[in-house]
Every structure is written in C-alpha cells, then in structure tokens.
Ligand binder design. Structure first.
Ligand code: NAG
Length: 196
C-alpha cells in the first residue's frame, strides 16, 4: 500500500512538474502577440492594436484572430457611418474632381458597409472553434478566410476610387479606409496562421 501511495505521489509531482515546464516554455501574452504579429504585413500596427487585449487573449491564437477582427470591425463601423452621411449629404463640396469623388463616395458607401458585415461575420464564424473537430474546423476557417479576403477587396476598391481628389475631408476618409484595409489584412494573416 505504502509503495502504491508513493507511486501516486511521485506521479502527481511528475505531472505537476511537466505542466510547469510547459507553462514556462509557453510565451507570455505580450510576446505571443508580438511574435504572431510578426507574421502579418503590418506588424507594428498589429501589435499596437492587439496589445491592449493581452490579458484576455492569453496565448490563444484563435482568440487573437477574433480580437483582430473585432478591432477591424470597430474601425469599419464608424467609417461606414461617416461615408453613409457623406453620400446622403445634400450636396458634396465643389472640387476640381467633384464628379469622381461623388461616385467614389457612392460606391464606397456600399463597399465599406459590406466589408464591415464580412468582418463581423468572420469573427462569429470562429467563435467556439476550440470545441469543434475535423471538417467543421477547416470549413469555418476557410469561410473566414474567404470573407476577410472579400472585405480587403472591397476596401481596396473603395480607396482606389478616391484617387487624390476631393480635398481634406475626403483625404481623411481615404486614409481611414487604407488603415482599415491594413487591419483586415492583419486579421486575415492571423487566421491563416491557424491552419499553417
Ligand atoms: C467581438 O464582438 C462581438 C460583438 O460585439 C462579441 O459578441 C464578441 O464576443 C467579441 N469577440 C471577442 C473575442 O471579444
């Protein structure tokens, strides 16, 4: 009996020691975010936008990608509202390229609200992924990849249409669309890491 008890206490301490070893081997949340962001196209932006969530992300790569999508969605929503109000404003300011800007705003209204929906939908698609198995996991990740790529296309189309016209107010909008496109690209890169 005594030897069995000794065996179990040894086993317990062995398991405890090895789980400690795993814990110390694992990175802390901020270095986990930094190294994950290192695989994106805009690592500085990625790290700055996700670091505030370090405590909630821990070292969970699915959660990290979901936070990245939520950060992106939280930029797209006010941008989409702003473009909507520019589009429906009684008259756009006169400018040398007024016609181009007017049609860019009209197109961007649809494109950015579409991108915003796609990013939100992608975040939802990965919720609860940890509890899923097999094909369900690959299916959901692939949906998120498809939708995030479509959102990047929408954002790129919108910012291209702006060109350089329309003055400061439009230039600010165009810059924000560019920034949203970079955030979406980062979110997609983090989702890609889930399968690579
Ligand atoms: C992302 O935002 C949605 C909607 O606000 C929320 O339900 C979800 O929990 C958020 N995801 C994370 C990882 O915080």
């Amino acid at each position: 009996m005594a030897s069995i008890a000794l065996f179990f206490s040894l086993l317990t301490s062995l398991l405890f020691t090895s789980s400690m070893a795993i814990a110390s081997y694992n990175q802390n949340p901020t270095s986990f975010i930094r190294s994950s962001c290192g695989r994106t196209l805009y690592p500085g932006l990625c790290y700055a936008s996700l670091r505030p969530f370090a405590a909630r992300v821990g070292t969970d790569s699915v959660l990290l990608s979901r936070f990245a999508m939520n950060v992106t969605a939280s930029r797209l929503k006010p941008l989409s509202d702003k473009i909507f109000s520019l589009h429906h404003r009684a008259s756009l300011p006169p400018s040398s390229s007024g016609g181009i800007v007017t049609s860019a705003i009209k197109d961007c209204d649809g494109l950015i609200s579409d991108a915003s929906d796609l990013v939100k939908k992608s975040e939802k698609e990965l919720a609860g992924l940890e509890e899923m198995v097999g094909r369900e996991v690959t299916w959901r990740i692939s949906n998120a990849q498809t939708w995030l790529s479509a959102a990047i296309t929408d954002e790129g189309t919108c910012s291209d249409e702006f060109g350089n016209g329309g003055g400061e107010e439009f230039e600010r909008v165009r810059k924000k669309v560019k920034r949203a496109e970079q955030l979406t690209s980062n979110a997609l890169a983090l989702v890609n890491c889930l399968v690579n």
